[in-house]
Design a protein around this ligand. Structure first.
Ligand SMILES: C[S@@+](CC[C@H](N)C(=O)[O-])C[C@H]1O[C@@H](n2cnc3c(N)ncnc32)[C@H](O)[C@@H]1O
Length: 288
């Protein structure tokens, strides 16, 4: 286990992050990640200049606090660890803090102890996920100072993806991991996300990436391996590479054809080029 990501996030790309270097362009200017979530890809790539953003203000406040006040945040987490219980969880869940620091501690505490690390709010915007089974508030691999150093030079903002992507210029690299609106396995819409990220948002994202492509930006976007996604990205100079979690992690033949995600880019990543099957190539190296 590594010290990063420090959050658990639905749809997180921790499983893809070991291949981040083989998937990113060999060289690029600034790094842009407009759907940050737990930021697994950023953490693996460790780019020197980054613009990170998400529309979730609580999440972004947690990243900013981790960057600017890691020691204070750690102290708050120690306090949560000491007091953690059923009663305490629901008490903290109901509190509205004023300080950004306490809000960040609350967010991280709830993320680590709620049911499955889910983030869900009610119509009043109040977090309403029940307590989960996990009781660790702090982990042995936590290193807030290291996470802070990793984030030190990053710009971190709450905003819609469009303003982040439109700030990228020639030679920059944009990695996008949007919520999925369609799913590979039921040929239909993902109900919950349909509201949060609609089909028109998917089209808006495609249009932003097309405009970025015209400016000389390189992009890599993930999405469900669904014909409707292929349809909207099919374009000269765009590469649509299917992967499944199993094929990326296991590299075994038995997983062929069970693709669940597309990795779409306007350059062909090394991962799909000479070293098409990186896990297999690595395994072969180990055998030699
Ligand atoms: C699939 S998650 C990203 C997961 C991330 N790659 C990781 O490794 O944890 C998608 C993120 O997009 C954010 N999001 C949804 N709609 C957005 C919008 N219109 N603009 C910016 N971010 C948005 C959500 O808050 C969520 O954090």
């Amino acid at each position: 286990m590594t010290y990063y990501p420090f959050l658990k996030w639905a749809g997180g790309k921790r499983w893809l992050s070991p291949y981040a270097h083989a998937l990113a362009p060999a060289e690029f200017g600034r790094y842009f990640e407009p759907f940050l979530g737990a930021g697994a890809f950023f953490g693996a790539l460790e780019p020197p200049a980054a613009m990170l953003s998400d529309c979730n203000a609580e999440l972004i406040n947690c990243f900013v606090t981790m960057r600017d006040q890691p020691d204070h945040l750690y102290s708050i987490m120690q306090r949560h660890q000491e007091n953690h219980s059923d009663e305490y969880y629901y008490l903290i869940r109901s509190v509205s803090y004023l300080s950004a620091l306490e809000k960040a501690g609350r967010f991280l505490y709830l993320n680590r102890t709620c049911f499955n690390g889910i983030y869900r709010v009610n119509q009043q915007g109040k977090f309403n996920v029940p307590r989960g089974t996990k009781s660790s508030v702090l982990f042995a691999h936590d290193d807030f100072s290291k996470a802070s150093r990793l984030l030190a030079s990053a710009r971190i903002e709450v905003c819609d993806f469009e303003s982040t992507i439109s700030a990228a210029g020639e030679g920059d690299f944009v990695f996008c991991d949007p919520p999925y609106t369609v799913s590979h396995n039921n040929n239909g819409f993902v109900r919950y996300n349909e509201k949060m990220f609609s089909w028109s948002d998917q089209i808006r994202l495609r249009d932003c990436l097309k405009a970025a492509n015209e400016r000389g930006v390189r992009f890599l976007v993930t999405n469900a391996a669904h014909y409707s996604i292929r349809d909207i990205y099919q374009s000269p100079g765009f590469f649509i590479n299917p992967v499944s979690r199993a094929s990326v992690i296991g590299g075994g033949n038995q997983y062929r054809g069970r693709y669940s995600e597309f990795l779409i880019s306007n350059y062909q990543p090394d991962f799909f080029g000479s070293a098409r099957d990186l896990p297999k190539a690595r395994a072969a190296q180990r055998l030699n």
